[in-house]
Design a protein around this ligand. Structure first.
Ligand code: DMJ
Length: 459
């Protein structure tokens, strides 16, 4: 017969080891806290390197070219995308001097009365989102005036027969262009246009952006999926592949976040229906864990096992939805995708773990998901991921003149491009992962898809 251990001795042993562990944990926690603060400072240093390089080589342009040390504009004139995208990151990081520089550049240069055809989606998420955050964080009403002026110039995009927005609009003439669009470009306007309505009391922005989403949603298939391309004039799908990657990604993100920001139950209903279909047809439980692949929007049949840097936003959305188990499982694979090549490629085939598209354009999504998961779980495994992301960025992308994209994560050959979202998102999420929790109150705001925080300041 196995002898039962003496109960009192067992309790004493457990209590003793608990108190030893506590002392050890307190010690390691203190050490960890110091290490975490150092990491946060290091991210700030890297941010300053990127910003100072922009100021030195590309001041006033939309973006820095980090190899040639020159500037680049998206259109025939600059809309100072980099300062606009970087401004609220500077405020969150406490970089007061840099924020002053950025604000001066924005206020000196921004004038939307230009005869230029712009892409509604990119201008909305970077510029309109940036202006709204800038107004909410800085308090200067000039930012709000600029946001209103810009939004009014963008409004003609919604004048299609379906109410779904055209691809682009001329900021001066209001002429629209591009009748082929996609769920991301149609459904990623609500946070910016909706919050502008809340801040100004003018409902037109909320109504137009919401109608676009509802029209898109009403054209999903019987099994609840959308395709990759749709004609906004006829409402016909021109590409029937559903997935979580580029062209669809932030449509799903905004359904959930619009519910959280506006308490509008229509968004909750749409989100709940969509996540069921995503779980049913896109989720793929494989031997290597959980992935989300591509499926035919009508039959639900799997089309491919493509997944990439853009799809890596989804653990963040799952975590925000309270689905921590799935979020953790997918993030494990997102991190594997990063680690396998030392930095993540744009797209892989998760069935073979082969690279399909080898570039890395300094994207944030993998880091964003680690940030959300750390926020909700406090599991240090996500801090460890953060260290890996930071070291990879420094090792492979840092140049004398900024930070550069990689043409290939296999060869690590650099390209002459530093997207403004590197300052808006990539370094912001990395910083927030290591920064004190009180740096951002996640209960009162949501991040737009360009990581511009939008605060719920209304009832
Ligand atoms: C950003 O402009 C946004 O996050 C968008 O939703 C997707 N692409 C980039 C970052 O990768």
């Amino acid at each position: 017969m196995i002898k039962k251990p003496n109960l009192y001795l067992t309790i004493l042993f457990v209590l003793l080891s608990m108190s030893c562990n506590r002392v050890q944990n307190e010690k390691s926690l203190k050490e960890t806290q110091q290490e975490i603060s150092i990491l946060a400072e290091q991210v700030k240093t890297e941010f300053k390197h990127a910003w100072n390089s922009y100021m030195k080589y590309a001041k006033g342009h939309d973006a820095l070219k980090p190899l040639s040390g020159t500037g680049h504009n998206w259109y025939s004139r600059s809309f100072v995308m980099t300062p606009m995208d970087a401004f609220d990151t500077m405020i969150l990081m406490g970089l007061t001097e840099e924020a002053k520089e950025a604000k001066a550049l924005i206020l000196d240069s921004l004038d939307f009365n230009k005869d230029i055809m712009v892409q509604n989606f990119e201008i909305t998420i970077r510029m309109l989102g940036g202006l709204i955050s800038a107004y909410q964080l800085d308090g200067d009403t000039v930012f709000l005036d600029l946001a209103v002026d810009l939004a009014n110039r963008l409004l003609p995009v919604f004048d299609s027969p379906t109410g779904m927005p055209y691809w682009g609009v001329n900021l001066k003439t209001g002429q629209t262009s591009g009748n082929i669009s996609n769920p991301a470009e149609i459904g990623t306007l609500m946070l910016e246009f909706g919050s502008l309505s809340k801040l100004t009391g003018n409902h037109v922005y909320y109504e137009k952006a919401k109608r676009a989403v509802v029209e898109l949603y009403s054209r999903q298939s019987d099994i609840g999926l959308v395709g990759e391309e749709i004609n906004v004039e006829t409402g016909e799908w021109t590409n029937k592949t559903c997935h979580l990657g580029g062209r669809i990604d932030s449509y799903y993100e905004y359904l959930l976040k619009s519910w959280l920001l506006f308490d509008d139950p229509d968004f909750l209903a749409m989100w709940e229906a969509c996540i069921l279909a995503i779980d049913e047809y896109l989720a793929d439980s494989t031997d290597s864990g959980l992935w989300y692949g591509q499926a035919d929007m009508y039959t639900g049949e799997r089309i491919s096992s493509r997944f990439g840097a853009l799809d890596a936003f989804f653990p963040a959305v799952l975590a925000l939805n309270g689905d921590i188990g799935k979020a953790r499982a997918l993030q494990e694979n997102c991190f594997k995708m990063w680690e396998k090549w030392g930095i993540e490629p744009e797209q892989i085939d998760y069935a073979s773990m082969e690279v399909i598209s080898p570039s890395y354009v300094l994207r944030p999504e993998n880091i964003e998901s680690a940030f959300y998961l750390y926020h909700f779980t406090r599991d240090p495994v996500y801090l460890e991921m953060g260290k890996v992301y930071l070291n990879s960025l420094i090792k492979y992308c840092k140049t004398e003149k900024g930070y550069a994209m990689l043409k290939s994560v296999i060869t690590k050959e650099k390209g002459d491009e530093m997207e403004s979202f590197f300052l808006a998102e990539t370094l912001k999420y990395l910083y927030l992962l290591f920064a004190p929790f009180e740096t951002i109150d996640m209960e009162t705001m949501v991040f737009n898809t360009e990581a511009h925080p939008i605060y719920k300041t209304w009832d």
